[in-house]
Every structure is written in structure tokens, then in C-alpha cells.
Design a protein around this ligand. Structure first.
Ligand code: MRU
Length: 365
């Protein structure tokens, strides 16, 4: 997508053909800074500290992290160790495991001398495929938005999204935001309610930044405002991303997504989830019981990061000294609250049958 007219992806191979460039998302929206990942540890740190985040991008960074590791040591032991280190960085987004498994299946059968070059090639393939997948998601989601636009006879279509499932969370285009960008580019009058998404404010900081750079009309709202807006007919449809979808269509996404789905259900507002098939975990059914939910540091809840009047990026405390906090990163929305899953192969019901119809050659149980 474009940043001030310049096309960017969220991850790229640097001209030296070895190191990997990413955008430091912990600095956005206040500063646009890029980082160079030169070693496995840089990639692992970038994922753990959320300099890069979003399920598909986490997978892409892990793939390049393996390439960086194998450049220095391509033995079986080094490959196994690198996979272990990367896998431990974040627990919920299944794209991480998917990317590592895919890389391993390509690399393990090769002799060590061939592994590094093959790893770079496979990582690049994963990135290019992600872009194509997200464009397809965008096209399928666009048809849904067009249908709403028709119903509204020219009045703006109001969408609501949670967290950041835009191009920053993927290699390009995004998942939930891809249909929104395509609808906007097609001239559909639309407006996006952007949940701020405490504690890390991916909505306020990243989604609002992305949409602003692309010229999409949007308004940031506090996380608790969605229900009120839906009760008053001010949301036509919700589209969110996801970090893991089970074989029966349960959806893990950023904490707070479940409450939006409940409010949408109560108010008859369609609630769609956009996902690449790389986010489906065919090995599990019951999302509430089986998806590991990341718990992060208390500090993210006890303080807020922002820019002060002098332009400095600072953290300020928002709770009494000594207050304790719990910081659950994700929640699970049961399939029954999801109106449909927007995938690269089309829109389907959030159910085992719906997913299996689009992806018949899977290893679901
Ligand atoms: O903790 P984050 O910022 O990595 O969480 C991101 C989300 O929850 C996104 O909605 C999800 O990864 C889908 S990204 C296309």
C-alpha cells in the first residue's frame, strides 16, 4: 500500500540480499521508522516485542528468521533450535506455527549447504502468496460491502473494525481492511469506526494511521462504544481479522472482539471475519477450550504510550501506584456469532461444513 505516495510492504529483503527490513510498529503512528533484521535473535525479538505483529506478518517474519539463522549455521541442530526459538515468541496466532512447519518441510530434506538459499526463496514465496491471498480476500469482501452500499442507496456504508487487520498486520493489503480499501478505491462511500483496542491501541495507532494514509474516512472510538453505535443503527457491518480459526469456525482475535460480536448479534448487525487459510487450525474444534490465549505484561494495562507536547514518545501511568492488572491478549468468538468467514476462496459459513466446502483437501479430523 502507499505511504505518502510511496508503495510499501510491511516486510522486504534488503538490497544486500541477506538482511530483512520491517516497519517498527511500536513507533507508529508518531514516527515512521524501519528496522533491519540481521540475525535470528533480531527476528525473534521483533515478534516478541511486537515491533512486528498481526498473524500473517508474524509468520512471514518467522520464515525470514529461519533464513537468517541458516545463513550462519544450516545444520539439523541449528534448524531445530531456530524453529524452537521462533515458535516460543507468541502463542496465539497459528500462522507462526504454519510458517515454521512449511519452512521445515522444505528445508529439512535438503543438505545443509542448500538450506540457506532455499530458506530465502521459500520466505519470499510465503510473502508473495500472502499478498495474493489478501487481494482475493479483498475482492470477496468487496462484494459484501457493495451489497450494503446498494441497500443504502448512496448513503455511506458504516463499518466497524477491531484491532489492526490491515496491511501492517500482513505483508500487504491486510485481511479485514482489504475489502475496505477495495471498496473505497471503487468509489463506494464508506466510513469506518475504529476501535482503539486497549491496551496496545493497535486501532488508534495503526488502523487509523493506515486508513488515513489511504484517504479512507474513519473515526476512532473507545472500545466500549461499539454496542451503543450498533443500538442506534450506526454500524452496517463489522469486519475483523483473526489469529486462529478452528476447524468448526470459532475465531480467536484481539481481546474485545467477542464483546463486539455479542453486540452485533443482539442488534442484527452482520459480523464477518476475514482470514487467509493459513490462519485455520484444522487440528482443533473448540476455540474457547483449545486455543492458547497470550497473557502479556501488566505494564501494558497500567500505562499508556503516546507522544507528549514536546514530540517525545513516552509512557504515562494511568493507575494508582501498586495496582495490579491482568492482560489477556485475545478472546474467542464462538462460530454461532459469526455471520461469515471471508477467505481467499470466497465467503463461507463459520462452520465445519462451510470451511470444508471451500477447503476440501485439508487434514481436518
Ligand atoms: O497482538 P496483535 O497486534 O498481533 O493482534 C493482531 C490481531 O488480533 C489481528 O486482528 C489479527 O492478527 C489479524 S491480522 C490480519
Amino acid at each position: 500500500m502507499l505511504i505518502d505516495g510511496v508503495p510499501f510492504r510491511s516486510i522486504w529483503l534488503e538490497p544486500d540480499g541477506r538482511t530483512v527490513g520491517v516497519i517498527d510498529q511500536t513507533k507508529l503512528p508518531h514516527a515512521f521508522e524501519t528496522l533491519t533484521l540481521a540475525h535470528l535473535d533480531d527476528a525473534a525479538h521483533a515478534i516478541r516485542s511486537m515491533q512486528v505483529r498481526g498473524a500473517p506478518l508474524i509468520g512471514a517474519v518467522a520464515a525470514y528468521g529461519l533464513a537468517l539463522a541458516l545463513r550462519l549455521d544450516a545444520s539439523d541442530e541449528a534448524l531445530a533450535k531456530a524453529c524452537e526459538i521462533l515458535l516460543a515468541t507468541r502463542p496465539t496466532a497459528v500462522n507462526l506455527r504454519w510458517a515454521i512447519e512449511r519452512m521445515k518441510s522444505v528445508l529439512a530434506p535438503l543438505g545443509p549447504q542448500a538450506r540457506a538459499a532455499a530458506a530465502y526463496q521459500e520466505a519470499a514465496r510465503i510473502c508473495d502468496e500472502d499478498v495474493a491471498i489478501n487481494q482475493a480476500i479483498g475482492r470477496h469482501g468487496l462484494a459484501l460491502i457493495e451489497a450494503h452500499a446498494k441497500e443504502k442507496r448512496g448513503a455511506p456504508v458504516n463499518l466497524l473494525t477491531h484491532c489492526n487487520a490491515g496491511w501492517l498486520a500482513t505483508v500487504d493489503w491486510g485481511t479485514a481492511l482489504a475489502p475496505i480499501y477495495m471498496a473505497h478505491d471503487a468509489g463506494i462511500d464508506l466510513h469506518v469506526w475504529v476501535d482503539e483496542t486497549r491496551p496496545r491501541n493497535q486501532g488508534a495507532g495503526l488502523t487509523a494511521w493506515e486508513l488515513g494514509k489511504h484517504g479512507v474516512p474513519h473515526t476512532v472510538i473507545v472500545d466500549n462504544a461499539g454496542g451503543h453505535l450498533m443500538q442506534h443503527g450506526r454500524v452496517d457491518l463489522c469486519i475483523v481479522g483473526t489469529d486462529r480459526v478452528t476447524a468448526r469456525g470459532d475465531v480467536a482475535n484481539k481481546i474485545g472482539t467477542y464483546l463486539k460480536a455479542l453486540a452485533a448479534h443482539d442488534n442484527g448487525v452482520p459480523f464477518y471475519v476475514a482470514l487467509p487459510s493459513t490462519t485455520i487450525d484444522w487440528s482443533i474444534e473448540d476455540g474457547v477450550r483449545e486455543i492458547p490465549i497470550e497473557e502479556r505484561a501488566e505494564a501494558e494495562v497500567l500505562s499508556v504510550a503516546g507522544r507528549n507536547d514536546a514530540g517525545l514518545l513516552i509512557n504515562v501511568a494511568i493507575t494508582p501506584k501498586g495496582a495490579r492488572a491482568a492482560n489477556f491478549g485475545f478472546d474467542v468468538t464462538p462460530a454461532r456469532l459469526v455471520s461469515g468467514l471471508i477467505t481467499e476462496r470466497g465467503v463461507c459459513a463459520a462452520s465445519r461444513e462451510g470451511l470444508a466446502a471451500l477447503f476440501p483437501n485439508t487434514h481436518g479430523r
